[in-house]
Ligand binder design. Structure first.
Ligand code: SF4
Length: 249
């Protein structure tokens, strides 16, 4: 808080700079190597079975990962560490390199040129705890200022280019998710935001839960995290604008 006030008085500007490559202030993909016996403890500590071990190799399913750090804490050799990359997962691997190369300003130009100055986003809460929704709300505040890129939230899927899904899909909202997707005009994109919508494991398997968003509708982008930071969501929305541009060719 004091740092923000300091910046306001010093620069007269306190809008967060959105980094495409990550930040030291938050957890990203796990880094490091360790022996299989140690990795076994890490896998056991994972609450959502995102950490799997094969000999001295390990793999993490970042769609499910909560970035809770329990695997790092459980590593007796202290060989694993939290990385600082944004941890953005893409189904279309081409999108992120393009975004990093082109930079945000170019993406903002693409938005103006191809999408009539705006990317319209419809949010659908498919059964979240509201943590992702609160962080999503923060993208619009003066600190993150999402509208500076021409990205706006709309009240109807009929007006939307992108459907942003938060929460694990519950049986009560499965139909609403399908209908929202079907109501969107082509070309359309779906972004699964947060570990519940992206991985579907957070609450386990119960009678009330269908699972991840991609079990119901085709998903183009995944933003991992529990909840993801507003800056990670903004990076994903800018990448979505890039994808949409390709779909409109
Ligand atoms: S950080 Fe991810 S992989 Fe590690 S224990 Fe937590 S949920 Fe599992």
């Amino acid at each position: 808080m004091f740092k923000v006030l300091e910046r306001i008085f010093k620069d007269k500007l306190a809008t967060e700079k959105i980094s495409l490559s990550g930040s030291e202030r938050y957890r990203g993909p796990i880094e490091g190597t360790a022996k299989s016996d140690v990795l076994g403890h890490c896998a056991k500590a994972c609450p959502v079975a995102a950490f799997s071990v094969n000999g001295d190799e390990y793999a993490i399913d970042y769609k499910k990962c909560l970035f809770c750090g329990r695997c790092v804490e459980a590593c007796a050799q202290k060989a694993l560490a939290d990385g600082t990359e944004a941890g953005l997962q893409h189904k279309h691997e081409d999108a992120m390199p393009y975004l990093i190369e082109a930079g945000q300003e170019v993406v903002a130009d693409v938005l103006k040129e191809k999408l009539g100055r705006s990317l319209h986003v419809r949010h659908l809460d498919a059964g979240s705890c509201n943590a992702c929704d609160f962080e999503m709300g923060a993208t619009g505040n003066p600190y993150y200022d999402l509208s500076r890129y021409g990205v706006h939230f709309v009240a109807s899927p009929r007006h939307a280019d992108l459907l942003m899904v938060t929460g694990v899909v519950t049986r009560n909202l499965e139909q609403a998710l399908k209908m929202s997707y079907e109501a969107m005009p082509e070309p359309r994109l779906v972004l699964a935001c947060g570990a519940c919508a992206a991985g579907g494991e957070t609450y386990g398997d119960t009678y009330a839960i269908v699972g991840a968003a991609d079990q119901v509708v085709p998903v183009d982008l995944y933003v991992p995290g529990c909840p993801p930071r507003p800056s990670a969501m903004i990076v994903a929305l800018l990448a979505a604008a890039d994808m949409l541009k390709d779909k409109m060719k």
